[in-house]
Design a protein around this ligand. Sequence first.
Ligand code: ATP
Ligand code: MG
Length: 393
Amino acid sequence: LPSEFVQALPVLEKIQAHGFEAYFVGGSVRDALLQRPIHDVDIATSAYPAETKAIFPHTIDVGIDHGTVLVLAGQSEAEHYEITTFRTESTYTDYRRPDSVDFVRELSEDLKRRDFTINAFAMDTEGEIIDLFDGLSDLAGSRLRAVGIATERFNEDALRIMRAMRFAATLNFNVEEETFKAMQARAHLLSKISIERIFIELDKLLLAKDWKKGLEILLASEAYTFLPDLQEKAIQALLQNLETGFTFANSAQAWAALLVHSDHVNVKDFLKKWKVSNDFIKYVYDLTEAYRLESWSLESIYRYGLEKALLVDQLKVAAGQEVDCDQAYFYDEKLQIHSKSELAVTGNDIIQTFNIKPGPILGKLLHQIEKQVVNNQLKNDRNKILIYIKEIL
Ligand code: ATP
Ligand code: MG
């Protein structure tokens, strides 16, 4: 039993002592069996939410409608577990969310509603695996297979199509044939799924070690044709140009890579369709702009910063381009300032010293000083800058 489970055992045992069933379920059991790091331990129980709350002194209602109660256990505040009542999800009339969640007392009912066989294990307090859908043989064969009839499962929730390719990429698994055919057949239903949820899955796919495997499936299933502005050409370019074994350092780098290989696409408009944050849009936009530069300079390193410059260099190296990897550091070290706020003189200084009014002239002056300092043609020293201004005024 992995230490995360051992630590959580008292919680399960306490539930059992009150006459209910409790199991480890979901991704944590899968990851434990694969000997991969576990992030969150999910617990499922036959106790209804109110019953779970009655058992533990410290609980938080995090998703009570879905049957999830957060239990604060142990000495440290950090130790907490999501405990979810066994449930079924009935009649998905809109292809995305269950119309209603019904709590049930049967573990098997709960496992049946889960997406893939390798995600549908339960583990009891003895470490015994409950495997109702032959998930262990799929795990051994590195196969991703839908629980039950695949087309029906994707009908219920088309996000599972994205999850399939995401798990293929994170686990280096292959999608079993029937499941794959169903993904192809139901890919059009992705247009019913909220773009935010699709982004999360595609983003996880891109950050995975075997992202190429995930993208191959995205292409082969033609699911990309139902996602905003994703071009076959761009996906192919990543598959072909970037060396195998390269992993993206962060999501911005991954999305920027996709975008620099997309034709006729406005980066900001593209990302707005994916409903990502404005900060993320700005960051990716900068990476795509910086990517187009032939080489670095004091001005471009000042503008984009070392972090973005290195992300761009990494991408170019992965694409087999000749890159002088010391250049970005070289210019960064030569910079006297890394932002306008580090200028030794402020707008207010200039207003007071030279009796200039705030306005376009002052703006132009500040800009000129900034440029001189960035290019090391002027020392970032208050007196030196004031003398310089006096000369040019
Ligand atoms: P991760 O490592 O990304 O957390 P996970 O398998 O734990 O992977 P979660 O999204 O945390 O994935 O979901 C926990 C469990 O809930 C899954 O293992 C699966 O059993 C079930 N599940 C999650 N999303 C769905 C879905 N859309 N359809 C069916 N079952 C789902
Ligand atoms: Mg999880």
